[in-house]
Design a protein around this ligand. Sequence first.
Ligand code: FES
Ligand code: FE2
Length: 371
Amino acid sequence: MSEAVRTMMRMDAEAAQEIATQADAGFLWDFWYPAVRSTEIRGQKLVTAMLLEVPLVLGRTAEGKAFAMRDSCPHRGIPLSYGRLDGNVVECCYHGWRYDACSGQCVEIPSLTSQDKLKVERIFAGHYPCEERDGYVWVYMNATGSKLPETIPTVPALSVFSDKYKMIHLDCELPSHVDQGIIGLMDPAHGPFVHQSWFWRKRASIHEKAKQFEPIPNGFRMSPHQPSSNSAPYRLLAKMTGETVTTTIDFVLPNLRTEIDRSVKLWFSSRATVTPVRRDLCRIDFVAAWNLPVPVAIFRPFAKKFLRQDQETMIQQSEGLKYNPRLMLIDDADRQAKWYFALKANLLESRRTGESMVHPMDGPVTLRWRS
Ligand code: FES
Ligand SMILES: [Fe+2]
């Protein structure tokens, strides 16, 4: 068997394994996911991360361009992160094979003699499109790890509405499948129980709400509305401007929840993404920007506490989920969760058939719940 054939067989096996992984882990491939914060990759450091159960090694070339490779040497599988970064090249620690960090292409195999015919440039380490935005290094997780479609979508960007603004980043890990993390994010009924506090909700303040939703590509929008009177942050924004506040909340596949609050010139914009790390672990990355006269040092502890409350609840939930209980989604409080599952299923179906994706909503709907 020729070297080339052997290499091909290995690549097919890898692709097949990846496709099998997709089938049972419930991940959505072919999307951008935030891997690490931009500040984590500096100098000649190699940093590891895991997305969708794919081990990654990330770094920055001599020119400052972020790159993401599969953390596995194509020679014998040792993690490339044990090697070193030398300018634009990652060198494996085992036999010193060297790879261009951005393309994954092998550029040198030190053991080869002048007699050897092996075409070094035909060997590639797994690598993924990688871009920085909003302080994150995003990685496009394409299903086969090498063959990219002609065009890939642009990296999601946080909406901002003025030149100057403040910004924070927070994250927390949840010991659950990404689906549980996502439906936790869009769940209106847990607020008064999980986020009970003077600045957000009191249990006694529960009242009936009606919110209008509309379909948007790959997701749904809580139509622009005046936010709930029982939340202090919104009351603050209204007080500062003396005008009404308008809130728009979107959810878009695979994992993005964005919220924009605006009142005249003041605005607050946030995004939470829930990113699958492994099938039993996901991570919330929360980024917010605003031009309200509220210092980061004031906002941070509130946001942290909020996230911590969600995290603690989901740690408790994961105890129960270990035993595969039957679960319920009820109307209308869990309708958004139902839409999420339907969007996901319909997207996978459209990818399978090549037909255009059917949206689970056929028009605007009003949902009612008490929270
Ligand atoms: S395992 Fe990387 S060079 Fe051999
Ligand atoms: Fe929450």
